[in-house]
Design a protein around this ligand. Structure first.
Ligand code: PEP
Ligand code: MG
Length: 593
């Protein structure tokens, strides 16, 4: 085994929330309740055991409600849904009734009855790859642990007792833990587990606390009082840094904070180049709770609302009314427009109650528009809800995973039927609603000139388009190194789609992750994209880049890189150019490959 260094020890994880902090480590032992005693009880003990369980559930509810109040009183209202989801689990009949049934019929103690019920619930989530749904499993774990602690009369947690400013180091943190963190005491945190979209990371971003998650072994490496640096931008934690490294990070922190503050000057400014070329910078959302952050970061509208999140993690389909209310609440907040993408369900966004077969190759399976064209009633309900909401603000409808012309013709036919139904029912809607498709399948690229005649806009979904063009599974870490947005084939594909769209007189946007990556912005500008849609936190940085260059320069840059034949040549060239132009922003790129 490699000897452990005493100083300057670096562990790499995942940047959960941006920012750099330097401080003293406070490892917290969440004192997990792992071993539960199994105890058979007598008939006479059953009522008492049942009562004990019900009291523990009530106590858990009260504690969750307190946490919710705490969140509401802080600046993190957009994450209340996490606690609401946990409160829903606490009300779940299956959890409560099954546990009571076990106490009564199997004559076991409440802790054991609960544990077996939880195991069944966890089992339901076990084979699901979807990151969002697997987070629901962790909600079940958090709630289970809370009830058990109450049953055992154990203290819930210790974060609220902190006396000084610290960096929390923990195996995992529940949203309830995170909600108790106030910025005056907890300046950062690092956890063994978690990913970019884990609740801990979402909460950290909402609270503005820098965090690194997924460090695997940070709790084994850090002792109380160790000096540590959290770099949430690069996902690095440094333990007991040397003076030189410390000074280097103090400087990095100063620069980062200055740049972040300065970025807010772009909030209300248009995304326009120095020579007056305008492009739309809009945001991607999954949940309506993200709207405040989108507005705060000055996005001009919504370029991608991933509506499948309304369908995930629940037992029944959302009703037309529920969907209508959700869409209405988004469109009413944006004066410009909201692009609602119809559900991209199926594949990895698996919904158990829809009785979809588990597929061998889900990314290429019955998902998105394919699913909708098979389950027409479910699709029509969504289209009705979207059309009804179009009476309250400007909506564009976007269809995912279109592979050819017949799919869009079939889709348009269904949309027309739904419009006619609403008209006959006297329900108002925008009869000129714009429709567009995502270009994310190679066959749609090849047919882009023909497809462009059928729709009002294109939006390039690079997350899938790169995966299908380069034959690289976007969730397989073994081939992740080949997932290359600057691959010359990818750049040619994008250019072709933009040109086909423009030749047919329609707008072309991009809503994959590539659109929010500062390094790629001049290239995308040079391609002539009309809209870039991204994570809200990327909006200001992207606007800054757009406002600092000319359209002419971006065309020249594009011309140069289109002459290269490998991704690495393109990347080095673009990096050099960007470091020259934005030395502070791209400083860290100097040593990366
Ligand atoms: C894409 O594929 O680029 C995209 C935006 O859609 P999703 O990530 O939801 O598949
Ligand atoms: Mg996609």
């Amino acid at each position: 085994m490699e000897p452990k260094r005493q100083e300057d020890y670096v562990i790499k994880g995942i940047g959960g929330s941006p920012g750099i902090v330097i401080g003293k480590a406070q490892p917290i032992d969440r004192d997990r309740v792992d071993m539960l005693a199994y105890r058979l009880i007598g008939e006479a003990e059953v009522p008492g055991e049942e009562r004990r369980f019900k009291i523990a559930v009530e106590e858990s509810k009260e504690q969750c409600l307190k946490v919710k109040d705490n969140i509401l009183s802080q600046d993190a209202k957009e994450v209340v849904y996490i606690i609401d989801a946990q409160l829903m689990i606490l009300e779940d009949r299956m959890l409560i009734d099954e546990t009571i049934r076990r106490i009564r019929e199997e004559k076991v103690n409440a802790e054991w009855a609960l544990e077996i019920t939880l195991q069944k619930l966890r089992g339901a989530f076990k084979n699901i790859d979807d990151e969002y749904l697997s987070e629901r499993k962790s909600d079940v774990d958090y709630i289970g642990e809370r009830i058990v602690r109450n049953l055992l009369g154990r203290k819930q947690d210790s974060i609220s007792d902190l006396k000084e400013k610290v960096i929390i180091v923990a195996h995992d943190l529940s949203p309830a833990d995170t909600a108790q963190m106030t910025r005056d005491k907890v300046i950062g945190f690092a956890t063994d587990i978690g990913g970019k979209t884990s609740h801990t990371a979402i909460m950290a971003r909402a609270l503005g606390i820098p965090a690194v998650v997924g460090l695997e072994r940070i709790t084994q490496e850090v002792k109380i009082g160790d000096s540590i640096i959290i770099d949430g931008n690069t996902g690095i934690v440094l333990i007991n840094p040397t003076k030189t490294v410390l000074n280097e990070y103090l400087e990095k922190k100063r620069i980062y904070e200055r740049l972040e503050k300065e970025l807010f000057i772009y909030k209300d400014l248009p995304a326009q180049t120095l020579d007056g070329y305008k492009i739309k910078v809009v945001a991607n959302i999954e949940l309506i709770e993200e709207i405040p952050s989108v507005l705060e970061h000055g996005a001009e509208g919504i370029g991608l609302y991933r509506t499948e999140f309304l369908y995930l993690g629940r037992k029944e389909l959302p009703s037309e009314e529920e969907q209508f209310q959700a869409y209405k609440s988004v469109v009413e907040r944006f004066h410009s427009y909201t692009t609602i993408r119809t559900m991209d369900i199926g594949g990895d966004k698996f919904i158990s109650h829809l009785d979809l077969a588990k597929e061998m190759n889900p990314a290429m399976g019955l998902r998105a528009i394919r699913f909708c064209l098979r389950e027409v009633d479910i699709f029509k309900t969504q289209l009705r809800a979207i059309l009804k909401a179009s009476n309250y603000g400007k909506i564009k409808i976007m269809f995912p995973m279109i592979s050819g012309v017949s799919e869009i013709l079939q889709t348009k036919e269904i949309l027309e039927k739904v419009k006619l139904e609403l008209k006959n029912e006297g329900i108002p809607f925008d009869s000129n609603i714009k429709i567009g498709i995502m270009i994310e399948i190679p066959s749609a690229v090849t047919l882009a000139d023909i497809l462009a005649k059928e729709v009002d806009f294109f939006s390039i979904g690079t997350n899938d388009l790169i995966q299908y063009s380069l034959a690289i599974d976007r969730v397989n870490e073994h081939v992740a190194y080949l997932y290359e947005p600057l691959h010359p084939a990818v750049l040619r594909v994008i250019k072709h789609v933009v040109d086909c769209g423009h030749n047919a007189g329609i707008k072309v946007g991009m809503c994959g992750e590539m659109a929010g990556e500062p390094l790629y912005i001049p290239i995308l500008l040079g391609m002539g994209l009309d809209e870039l849609s991204m994570n809200a936190l990327s909006v200001l940085g992207v606007k800054k880049i757009i406002r600092s260059i000319t359209y002419r320069e971006s065309r020249e840059l594009l011309d140069s890189i289109m002459g290269f034949s490998t991704a690495s040549e393109i990347k080095s060239f673009v990096k050099e150019e960007m470091i020259k132009r934005f030395p502070m922003e791209f400083k860290d790129l100097r040593n990366s490959n």
